[in-house]
Write a protein that binds this ligand. Structure first.
Ligand code: FAE
Length: 532
């Protein structure tokens, strides 16, 4: 596989790819558009939920099924699936629907083809030394993610939250989350025979030769549907190159699970393209939200004020932290404690590729199902803990390359902070803080290469390691530190956080089951204690 072939396969030009790092745009932190002068009073609601990712979806279902009226404010668009399967674009030849107001598709391996700015599904937030990918849509990250669903290792969970009853989590709340998220595992017979998983089997054979354990994990993709895709009986989504810009079929994203069930109660109102700008605590204990109603070109059509009694703040690690810090800086939330914005980490994310000595297969499913587990038990003498998902590179041609999206036990932490000069929230994180992850990934690749040949793939990332971006931002409003033990913000107890901001920097595995299970636990307590 030559670099030129790889680039051609992605529909790119060589000149463009070399300059790509400088043209991708910062979305969330971009300059504020011009605001209309008139403010609309949009009314009072008992409960408002900001954000419709995992934390928001659990909050919405558990409140609404108990008869509580809920308003969801989501900055992204709603993407109801068309029967023609053309709601979302594919990864190859991505168009404006792929990215949140960007002039090229947001992707871990940059794709510098020009697109129109539009409220597409995948955002790329560029801090100085770290780029954070995030879903922007009704359904949050579930619209763009690989749907890998893994319960955190119990030992890791207990180390992160030693004061939470782990029996209750593993007997009640994680299983409850997995059920609602429709998690299942790929049938082994299909996995063993399918040409679409040769990339995984090939990577696994080589891992096994190097003495490394591999294991299956669960996924919220419908594997019955995938088997029909393989037989050519239905529209091809996972087997047709769809994932990070949305799946037109097959994936049980939140809008088809938790949020659908919440809306079915009749107690939920959803407003999309509604971006919350600030939160203000009023003297009468209510909260006032300033909301920008955005249009499809990125302008603000209206500024609205909502008030509520209780606010469920679930805008994700970056969104929740930014809103709290900004509101604090503007003097609107004055009782937040010193932990706001702190204990941030990228879940030890690192991506790397390896040039194979064996073929990886020309047709690859976009849904990963196995990983190398060098975290638990015998790590072959390594001091590093690493869990490397065997990730696809679905370019439709033989790349002789495998991709690893690894999670390591990197102990480094950063923090979000409000920068007065630019009036934006920034992330205090240096690239050097990823040294643990780079070393862990290097060791993994070297061990694989020693017995199998092959080398680190510099086709994909400069020097072979993607250590300046993450898919799994965690922290900023940590449970038990910035909040009480169930997510009420200390000093503002009618603001509840249930998203990835609660977890201090590391989940040890892909994080959405951790986030969902924790939100289930917290919401059960909140409903009991605060709703009578
Ligand atoms: P999230 O799902 O990000 O939802 C936050 C929501 O709030 C979004 O819909 C935002 O648009 C909205 N929002 C933000 N700010 C505002 C505002 N000011 N006003 C109104 N709305 C706002 O948060 N995790 C896994 O476990 N397995 C995977 O396979 C996996 N793959 C991934 C692949 C990609 C490409 C990416 C980007 C992430 C992946 N993740 C995966 C991470 C996972 O999706 C993420 O941890 C969760 O989505 C985080 O859930 P939250 O509820 O924290």
């Amino acid at each position: 596989m030559q670099r030129r072939q790889l680039i051609k396969a992605m529909g790119l030009s060589l000149g463009a790819i070399s300059t790509s790092a400088t043209v991708s745009g910062c979305q969330t932190l971009a300059k504020q558009p011009k605001l209309p002068s008139k403010v609309i009073q949009a009314g009072h609601f008992p409960n408002i939920i900001v954000g419709s990712g995992y934390g928001g979806a659990v909050s919405a279902l558990r409140l609404s099924e108990k008869g509580h009226k809920v308003l969801i404010l989501e900055m992204g668009m709603r993407w109801d699936r068309s029967p023609k399967h053309d709601t979302f674009c594919k990864m190859i030849n991505a168009d404006k629907r792929s990215s949140w107001f960007s002039n090229m598709p947001n992707a871990p391996i940059p794709i510098p083809i020009p697109i129109r700015k539009y409220p597409g599904v995948l955002d790329l937030i560029e801090y100085d030394d770290m780029k954070v990918f995030a879903g922007r849509a009704y359904g949050g990250g579930s619209i763009v993610n690989g749907a890998i669903a893994i319960q955190p290792r119990r030992s890791h969970f207990e180390a992160v939250f030693p004061w939470i009853d782990a029996d209750e989590m593993y007997e009640t709340y994680f299983p409850k989350a997995m059920k609602e998220l429709k998690v299942s595992q790929i049938p082994e017979s299909f996995f063993n025979e399918s040409e679409h998983y040769e990339f995984t089997r090939s990577a696994e054979r080589q891992a096994s030769r190097a003495g490394m354990k591999t294991e299956f994990f669960g996924n919220s993709y419908d594997f019955d549907y995938m088997q029909k895709e393989a037989r050519g009986a239905v529209y091809k989504s996972a087997l047709g190159g769809e994932v990070i810009y949305g799946n037109n079929a097959g994936k049980f994203s939140l809008d088809l699970t938790y949020l659908k069930n919440a809306e079915a109660t009749g107690n939920v109102t959803v407003k999309t393209l509604h971006k919350v700008n600030t939160i203000q605590a009023l003297d009468n204990d209510q909260l006032r939200l300033e909301v920008h109603v955005i249009n499809k070109t990125g302008g603000v059509d209206e500024v609205e004020h909502y008030t509520c009694d209780k606010l469920f703040l679930n805008a994700g690690s970056t969104g929740t932290s930014e809103l709290l810090l900004k509101s604090q800086a503007e003097g609107k939330l004055n009782n937040l404690n010193e932990h706001i914005g702190k204990h941030w980490g990228p879940n030890g994310n690192i991506m790397t590729g390896r040039n194979f000595v064996h073929a990886a297969g020309t047709t690859q499913s976009t849904i990963p199902v196995k990983g190398i587990n060098m975290w638990d038990g015998d790590r072959g003498g390594s001091k590093y803990k690493i869990f490397a998902e065997l990730a696809p590179l679905p370019l439709g041609l033989e790349t002789w390359t495998t991709l690893y999206l690894a999670i390591t036990d990197n102990p480094e932490r950063g923090n979000y902070y409000y920068d007065k000069a630019s009036k934006t929230v920034k992330l205090n994180w240096k690239r050097a803080q990823n040294e643990y992850s780079v070393n862990a990934a290097k060791e993994l690749i070297e061990k694989l290469a020693k017995v199998n040949g092959g080398s680190t793939s510099s086709l994909l990332f400069t020097k072979g390691f993607g250590d300046n971006f993450c898919y799994h931002p965690l922290g900023g409003c940590v449970l038990g530190k910035a909040t009480d033990e169930v997510g009420r913000i200390k000093g503002h107890e009618n603001i509840y956080v249930q998203d990835g901001a609660l977890i201090p920097g590391s989940a040890g595995v892909n994080p959405y089951v951790f986030i969902t299970g924790l939100a289930e636990r917290n919401m059960a307590a909140i409903l009991r204690e605060d709703f009578g």
